[in-house]
Design a protein around this ligand. Structure first.
Ligand code: ASP
Ligand code: MG
Length: 437
């Protein structure tokens, strides 16, 4: 069985919902379909919660009314059958009554989670009724009955597997099993969620729980490209990535899943395919445990990087220097990305300069400190095991006319990163594309 996840934009209007319905029934194969809330809904629900928190029931009511109107319009456009309209209006109406019931009550994060959960409940109900209308054998699997996180907010796999199995067995022989992304219960049985954007995570967990043959993440973009199409001409979609390459690229905001989100899929070695609802027949990007030996996959850049160099003769032959340096970053809860070292100095980068002044001040205790801001990390990702020959020279050669501030390789087999000035970013991306692809 496959597990398919559709994001908010993919179910963002009546027409989009109809497209998704067509897409999921076409091949006649039974599947689980995980849906996000319609785009904009989760934000509106958070806005409503914000008003409730301030005990401003009137402010909340304004947002609620607008949102309800949007759902009324969607219902009108989505269904051709009167009974479907009646059924959907009833369910959606009950959800809005529930949201209104929080007015003038004490309001905490618990209530907020209950309200925020309604978006996925609405989108899945709309889809369920639509699939019935067009004659599809469908069951709605309530995520709140099987999706659970433990006290550390980690998925409780044993519970999930058991309860999802029960849900599936209670509805045998359906073509489509629709379920909610994002929402779950926590260790105390309260309504909770997997954090913003959590539907991808839901799909990965569900896929792992049912040992899916494949997990598909459908969005409205075209998988992943081998370079940034805004700056480089002729970029191509990357067809295959292994889980490690995908994790390296995730940092660069490449249109790719967050590594924690694929962890469940990876655990059971289930391939994850990124596909485009606008171009359903395009092959997209496949993330799996397969490595294409010696192949360089993609070049990516991350802006807004600050580099910090600490030089000190105290570092020479001394132990404990590094840990003192890193302790400073720890103190200011600032994560360090690239690190390069020499005998008497260390350079590192951060992408969050909020505590830069404090950090630099504390580092000055250990040596002389230089800061460069407005830098860019350029990463080359692919199979670059250290015993493969030649890939470093191709990368370095591409940078022949670009000043490079740091180079980092060896942290993994799948990445070389370099730090350049913002002005040199486009040239670096273009040169690398020319030399590598
Ligand atoms: N609806 C949730 C959000 O907007 C979850 C998701 O879309 O993945 O964050
Ligand atoms: Mg989303």
């Amino acid at each position: 069985m496959k597990v398919l996840k559709f994001g908010g934009t993919s179910v963002g209007s009546a027409e989009r919902i109809q497209n998704v319905a067509k897409l999921i029934v076409e091949d006649g194969q039974s599947k689980v379909v995980v849906l996000s809330a319609m785009s904009g809904t989760t934000n509106s629900l958070l806005e409503i919660s914000g008003y409730y928190r301030l005990q401003n029931a009137v402010g909340a009511a304004d947002v609620i009314n607008r949102l309800q109107q949007k759902y009324a319009d969607t219902i009108n456009q989505l269904y051709s059958n009167e009974q479907s309209k009646v059924d959907a209006t009833k369910i959606i109406g009950e959800i809005f009554d529930y949201i209104r019931s929080f007015a003038n009550h004490p309001f905490t994060i618990f209530e907020e989670r209950c309200i925020v959960a309604q978006g996925e409940l609405m989108s899945t109900n709309l889809m369920n009724i639509y699939l019935k209308e067009i004659g599809v054998e469908v069951a709605l699997l309530p995520a709140l009955e099987y999706m659970r996180i433990d006290k550390n907010a980690e998925p409780d796999f044993k519970y999930i597997e058991e309860h999802l199995k029960q849900q599936l067995e209670a509805n045998p022989g359906k073509l489509i099993y629709v379920t909610q992304g994002f929402i779950c219960r926590n260790a105390y049985g309260e309504i909770d969620n997997l954090q913003r954007g959590g539907s991808d995570y839901s799909a990965s967990i569900v896929g792992a729980a049912v040992r899916a043959e494949e997990i598909q993440i459908w969005t409205d973009i075209d998988g992943m490209h081998n370079n940034d199409p805004r700056f480089v001409e002729g970029t191509k979609p990357v067809r295959n990535l292994n889980f490690d390459e995908a994790a390296e690229l995730a940092y660069f905001g490449a249109k790719i899943l967050h590594p924690t989100c694929i962890t469940p899929a990876r655990m059971y070695n289930i391939p994850v395919r990124l596909l485009n609802t606008m171009q359903p027949s395009a092959p997209g990007t496949m993330i799996s445990n397969q490595t294409e030996a010696g192949k360089i996959k993609a070049v990516a850049a991350k802006d807004g990087i600050t580099s910090i160099r600490i030089k000190s003769s105290r570092m020479l032959l001394a132990y404990g220097f590094m840990s003192q340096v890193f302790e400073v970053f720890d103190r200011y809860k600032t994560s360090v990305d690239l690190v390069t070292t020499s005998e008497v100095g260390v350079s590192l980068t951060i992408d969050n300069p909020k505590k830069l002044d404090e950090i630099v001040n504390d580092l000055k205790k250990f040596g002389s400190v230089t800061v460069d801001d407005d830098m860019v990390i350029i990463a080359v990702v692919g199979d670059m095991k250290w015993d493969n020959l030649g890939f470093e020279s191709r990368v370095i050669e591409a940078m022949a006319d670009v000043p490079v501030r740091m180079i980092s390789y060896g942290g993994s087999n799948y990445n070389i990163s370099m730090l350049v000035k913002k002005e040199d970013k486009i040239k670096a991306l273009q040169n690398l594309s020319k030399n590598l692809f």
